[in-house]
Design a protein around this ligand. Sequence first.
Ligand SMILES: *[C@@H]1O[C@H](CO)[C@@H](O)[C@H](O)[C@H]1NC(C)=O
Ligand SMILES: *[C@@H]1O[C@H](CO)[C@@H](O)[C@H](O)[C@H]1NC(C)=O
Ligand SMILES: *[C@@H]1O[C@H](CO)[C@@H](O)[C@H](O)[C@H]1NC(C)=O
Ligand SMILES: *[C@@H]1O[C@H](CO)[C@@H](O)[C@H](O)[C@H]1NC(C)=O
Length: 361
Amino acid sequence: MELPTVLFLLFVSVQSKLHIFDAKVTKIPAQKGTRIYFLTNGNEANLTLFTVKAEKSQIDTNIFAFSVPQADGSLNPLVVTADNDTVFVTRPDGDTTPVTLFQDRVTENLNVFPVFENSALQFKAGKNVYFAVDKPNGKILTIQNLKVDRQKDGYLRAYSGVPGDLIPEPYLFFTSDVYTDITFYQQLDIPINEFSLDPVFDGVSYTVGFGYLTITLQSSGLIMSPEFPITQQPSDMSFNVNRNGDEDISLHMNTYFYRSLSYNTEITVRFGFGVENVQSFPSELNGRLGASGKINSVEVSSIGAYALQYWTNSTATNSEGSTIPAGQGTTPSIITTTNSSYFISNSLSILTLIVSLLIGC
Ligand SMILES: *[C@@H]1O[C@H](CO)[C@@H](O)[C@H](O)[C@H]1NC(C)=O
Ligand SMILES: *[C@@H]1O[C@H](CO)[C@@H](O)[C@H](O)[C@H]1NC(C)=O
Ligand SMILES: *[C@@H]1O[C@H](CO)[C@@H](O)[C@H](O)[C@H]1NC(C)=O
Ligand SMILES: *[C@@H]1O[C@H](CO)[C@@H](O)[C@H](O)[C@H]1NC(C)=O
């Protein structure tokens, strides 16, 4: 047996909502109202050969129309119209096009966007979910030119993963509410494969696409460790701060850690004249950092995940470096080991599934 088959069978055996006869046919039990989204960067000729059938819903077609985005970039889902139906997706012999299936039945106003190398996806009213289907070299998912208009009740909250994830549940990594005076962010770095944005109906604009990791802190943005929120890989990142001549910079950071794991994240602020200030943040508390002075750079070091929402201002009132821990944590429930079979069987709710259609062997 080849490795993909073994992994697939493991997945199937613990995820009772999925049954696969062989690596080429994917069988999905579905209810009335189930929406299935096909995420792929495959080409038309290949996708039209992937068949999809569901007897009770009288579906007998191919996946092309459900894999190619509409004008606004979102997908038109396949909708199951009968209860207790079964959807069969069949991969043509020898085809290796990567296709992932995302299923949802409960999220209202859901928009699902595949993100391609050349995507520049605009805000759409509703719950927006983004999947990287391309993996352009050296680039990550980003939100750019985020504008939040409070006069129109604009706000934005961003979560890792997709609705229906159980471990971890979609995990908050950005909220425009924490800094009420900041209404524009140049770039949020999102070096993960899937994320979602809360429904907002007005007063927000942005572009989602691929971009380069932040190297120099902007006036406002977000930096994030890879594999947020679950990672136990050490990650050290360093950021420059643009400072003109002798001016002071003020820096404000709001931290997001994975509270179910216990680890420390150190943030070092380096000032001119060789002065530095190191603060250690425990993951159980979402702390805040405020520093001002002749800041040259910032370093972040952690063995766990972090996302840091920040803004800077070049006219500071203090000349001393200072840090202000703030925010009270809830009691953490600490999990120090992750059992992989446990992880798989619990990582998605029964209402939402992501399936990678494996390549036939
Ligand atoms: C669907 O299946 C369940 C359980 O087998 C059954 O109780 C229900 O009546 C079925 N619904 C329809 C519409 O067939
Ligand atoms: C797409 O289809 C063509 C023609 O059948 C085939 O040669 C090619 O390998 C397919 N592409 C992939 C990625 O499987
Ligand atoms: C930045 O500093 C200037 C001058 O002190 C102040 O007017 C402005 O409100 C500050 N910006 C923010 C976002 O606080
Ligand atoms: C992982 O979890 C499963 C199911 O709870 C259990 O049977 C197994 O012994 C666990 N394995 C380890 C290494 O803890």
